[in-house]
Design a binder for this molecule. Structure first.
Ligand SMILES: Nc1ncnc2c1ncn2[C@@H]1O[C@H](COP(=O)(O)OP(=O)(O)O)[C@@H](O)[C@H]1O
Ligand SMILES: [Mg+2]
Length: 284
């Protein structure tokens, strides 16, 4: 990538050919002040003897998109999974530090993990529809949480499929197997399934890595719509994608949060040399 330099080696904006869109004004004036969805304080994580996160401290703003970038193995997925305690399922994990979600101390003993996962939904790299109908996939979470009333479930399924920009494609085949959908549709179905329990935060781990460019564009467009109602945290190894969809970006290297800033700032005038090297393609 071509880099423009000022005297002294400082990067001049724009540092790299990554288009950072200017925020579009929304109807009804500017969005409300974002507030805080979660705070991560001095979070360290060890898999056995191996330290995968090194005292990460950051604030995740509410109703914004936060991206984690960095080379493979730097701890992006690990950090994301801490936000809904998915790492509890891994043997021999030790975690230090705090994560506070609203009023809930996530690392606390005795928290209800089912309740936490209702508040913090997750979409994975590879879409994971259940071998059930489209309807039953989306109704799954509400049913687990005790919703039985058919009309309520139908309402939730329709609303969630609308939110995931999938309703018009599937409304006449809700009782067909989800496995018959295309890859891009399956990923949006997984997003609908996560949204059906109305989480506060939606975690997405490389949600487009298995999708073609058109399906990727649809999911990116969707992310932009969803952030008016949800806080989104996305892991991506695709810097262009981070630049397109996120408001804030965190750059991780070997488990350390090297830099965390507004996306436009991080991609044009990074403060740390290692960030600059990474976004200009000099390593990773
Ligand atoms: N379940 C696990 N057990 C042991 N080590 C793991 C496990 N999951 C991830 N790791 C290690 O932790 C580090 C960070 O991994 P990960 O969070 O998956 O990185 P990324 O998502 O940035 O590629 C890597 O060195 C990886 O090998
Ligand atoms: Mg990963």
């Amino acid at each position: 990538m071509q880099v423009v330099r000022e005297a002294g080696g400082r990067l001049a904006a724009p540092a790299v050919r990554i288009a950072v869109p200017t925020p579009r004004p929304r109807a009804g004036g500017p969005p409300p002040a974002p507030g805080v969805a979660a705070r991560i304080e001095a979070l360290s994580l060890y898999y056995g003897d191996k330290q995968a996160l090194k005292s990460v401290t950051m604030t995740i703003p509410r109703h914004r998109v936060t991206a984690f970038i960095g080379p493979s193995g730097c701890g992006k997925t690990t950090l994301l999974r801490c936000l809904n305690r998915m790492n509890d399922l891994v043997e021999d994990v030790r975690i230090e530090g705090r994560i506070v979600l609203g009023d809930l101390e996530i690392q606390g003993n005795g928290i209800d993990v089912t309740d936490l996962r209702k508040r913090v939904g997750m979409v994975f790299q590879k879409s994971t529809p259940f071998p059930k109908s489209i309807f039953d996939n989306v109704a799954y979470g509400p049913r687990v949480l005790g919703t039985r009333d058919r009309a309520t479930l139908e309402g939730l399924v329709e609303k969630s499929l609308h939110s995931a920009a999938l309703w018009h494609e599937v409304k006449d085949r809700l009782h067909e197997s989800a496995l018959r959908l295309s890859g891009g549709q399956q990923q949006r179905l997984c997003i609908a399934r996560a949204l059906a329990v109305e989480p506060e935060v939606l975690l997405m781990d490389e949600p487009c890595s298995a999708l073609d460019p058109i399906a990727t564009a649809k999911v990116e467009e969707l992310i932009d719509e969803l952030k008016t109602r949800f806080t989104i945290v996305i892991v991506t190894h695709n810097m262009q994608q981070a630049a397109r969809v996120s408001d804030h970006t965190g750059f991780l290297l070997l488990g350390e949060l090297i830099e965390y800033d507004e996306t436009a700032k991080l991609f044009t005038t990074p403060s740390d040399r290692r960030t600059e090297d990474y976004i200009t393609g000099r390593f990773g």
